[in-house]
Design a protein around this ligand. Structure first.
Ligand SMILES: *[C@@H]1O[C@H](CO)[C@@H](O)[C@H](O)[C@H]1NC(C)=O
Ligand SMILES: *[C@@H]1O[C@H](CO)[C@@H](O)[C@H](O)[C@H]1NC(C)=O
Length: 207
């Protein structure tokens, strides 16, 4: 089995010199899995409470580009590049409470393994919290590096749209991975976890 996988592993190493081998964390390590899914996601579904008729007060889900750090430097905090012209951002001005969801279905992992996106084997993560506009110039630099490294087109977005950097202040992490129902992780546990391991061990799986 291992012998059969070796050419695949070698091919992966050749294609991805930054991550010689990206390992999906074992499902028991819930906080790590949450960090892994977030770090792998270039976009998220962002749900707000709508402030617009005819759906005022109802959930409103939209897609946004995110980054929690440049490749290989995950921070755990999803950063966003937003404008007040955006319909969801207008909701957030009324109510900053937000829910972000990300899934390994956004990579080739679930498809390659034959896992339906709703399967508990296709890990997905939901972050609850509030969205904060960044004011601190140091954190703006961090957010800019995180986003522009993974979304280079952002640099050319129309400058008259009033773009600003923001982040989610995470209050709860929900992980749907493996069987046994949803698992929760506190922000502390989440930030303490390391998303990556670069050496092989039993039970790990590659992305
Ligand atoms: C930035 O300033 C606004 C307005 O004072 C405040 O509501 C928000 O929490 C601040 N953002 C951060 C990340 O502290
Ligand atoms: C972030 O959320 C925590 C927990 O709910 C809260 O105590 C804190 O004030 C929030 N931070 C900001 C800047 O709003």
């Amino acid at each position: 089995m291992l012998r059969a996988l070796l050419p695949v592993i070698l091919a992966l190493s050749a294609a991805a010199p930054v991550f010689p081998l990206v390992l999906v964390p074992p499902h028991e390590q819930v906080a790590r899995m949450a960090r892994f899914v977030v770090s792998k996601s270039d976009w998220a579904s962002v749900a707000t409470i709508s402030s617009r008729e005819p759906v005022r007060g109802q959930p409103f889900s939209n897609s946004f580009s995110i980054s929690d750090g440049p490749p290989g430097a995950s921070s755990g905090t999803p950063y966003l590049y937003l404008t007040h012209l955006d319909i969801s951002v207008q909701d957030l001005q009324v109510n900053p409470q937000v829910s972000l969801s990300m899934s390994l279905a956004q990579s080739s992992y679930c498809r390659n393994h034959g896992y339906d996106p709703q399967s508990p084997l296709c890990a997905h993560v939901i972050l609850s919290g509030s969205l904060l506009q960044l004011n601190d110039s140091e954190e703006v630099c961090v957010a800019k590096r995180a986003l522009f490294s993974r979304h280079p087109q952002m640099q050319d977005w129309p400058s008259d749209h009033g773009w600003f950097f923001s982040k989610i202040n995470i209050t709860q992490v929900w992980v749907l991975d493996y069987f046994g129902g949803v698992k929760t992780v506190t922000p502390d546990e989440y930030y303490r976890a390391q998303p990556y391991h670069t050496h092989t061990h039993r039970g790990s799986d590659t992305l």
